[in-house]
Design a protein around this ligand. Sequence first.
Ligand code: FES
Length: 67
Amino acid sequence: MSEDRVSITPLVDGPLEVSGAVRVNASDGAEIRSADKVYLCRCGASEKKPFCDGSHKKIGFVSDVEA
Ligand code: FES
């Protein structure tokens, strides 16, 4: 497996953990974050979308698919 490969892991009852050389862009293509690991909201409650801000815990988010 290449170390350049990006890995996406759904955390149980939490965000998507994206590991690798990650660049997150806005809808206009502008870079908003570049990092080796980011956590993307999948509960819809984050006030810092597309990133997780921990709100999934407050709303009791339960993921449909086990990680
Ligand atoms: S998954 Fe964490 S705030 Fe949505």
